[in-house]
Design a protein around this ligand. Structure first.
Ligand SMILES: C[S@@+](CC[C@H](N)C(=O)[O-])C[C@H]1O[C@@H](n2cnc3c(N)ncnc32)[C@H](O)[C@@H]1O
Length: 260
């Protein structure tokens, strides 16, 4: 354990069953817990405990906000940011390629902002996630509570590469890695995963991706595949339709491998 609070977790810490909601008015958007208070430039919003999506609530100055249900991409926009959060399309690729669903146990590192962890929890998984920066881990715990998934995401403070022995007796359905030292964890993937379980590694650079692929092959994982994640936005205006001339939408490389 690299930190005294390594065994601290968020499991059950928001066990009051409250579901966060979005309060929206034009460009203004706030993610809040029922029963909370939100300051805005239009006055203070007091959020009732029993607030429901579809309702309208007013600031103390009388301006109306719509109440909306939180959806996955809102996590990316509203979580407090520390480690660079995964963009919604890459979250979708990780979940789609590994089939993460209800009942799965996932080991994730590093937590960072916690967008991937929270999204996997929202898909029904139970997630153990390691963050070596104690301050980032603390923010991630708050983000999990804000995202309504604190019961499903166990944020542990620590460096996963130093915790591998501790995890020897556990097994996971999926291992997700978004760190520069991913290759040194991939080596241990067969000991961490159930038979047929998946590894998903997200790397921003080709060099680290190459090391991940090498480590996966050496570890005897199968179906080792890497794809660049890239998306072209389209522009539709009066002059015509074409791909956006804004910079190319490269975010990284996603390597998927299977423990079979
Ligand atoms: C790019 S961020 C992860 C973002 C996260 N996937 C998300 O969607 O919000 C990488 C994080 O991993 C942490 N990290 C890097 N290596 C680690 C390790 N070996 N163990 C635990 N955390 C690590 C860093 O401190 C950083 O916060």
């Amino acid at each position: 354990m690299s930190d005294d609070s390594a065994s601290e977790t968020t499991r059950g810490s928001d066990g009051d069953g409250r579901v966060p909601v979005l309060l929206v008015r034009g460009d203004r958007e706030y993610l809040v817990q029922p029963g909370g208070e939100q300051g805005t430039d239009l006055g203070v919003l007091e959020v009732p405990e029993d607030v429901q999506p579809g309702e309208t609530i007013e600031t103390h100055l009388g301006d109306e906000f719509q109440v909306r249900r939180l959806r996955g991409p809102d996590l990316f926009h509203h979580f407090e940011r520390t480690g660079a959060p995964m963009v919604p399309r890459d979250v979708g690729l990780v979940i789609g390629e590994t089939g993460i669903s209800r009942g799965d146990r996932v080991l994730d590192t590093g937590t960072g902002t916690g967008v991937l962890s929270a999204s996997m929890a929202r898909a029904g998984a139970s997630v153990v996630t390691y963050e070596r920066n104690p301050e980032f881990a603390e923010v991630a715990r708050e983000n999990m509570a804000l995202g309504g998934v604190a019961d499903a995401v166990d944020v542990r403070t620590g460096d996963l590469t130093e915790e591998l022995e501790e995890l020897e007796d556990e097994s996971f359905d999926v291992l997700t890695l978004d760190t520069g030292d991913a290759p040194s964890v991939v080596e241990h993937a067969p000991d961490l995963l159930v038979d047929g379980g998946f590894v998903a590694v997200y790397s921003p650079f080709i060099e680290s991706t190459r090391e991940v692929v090498h480590a996966a092959r050496e570890a005897g994982l199968s179906n080792v595949r890497t794809r660049e994640t890239i998306q072209r936005e389209m522009q539709f205006d009066d002059r015509g339709s074409r791909p956006s001339t804004a910079p190319v939408g490269h975010t990284g490389y996603l390597t998927i491998a299977r423990n079979v």
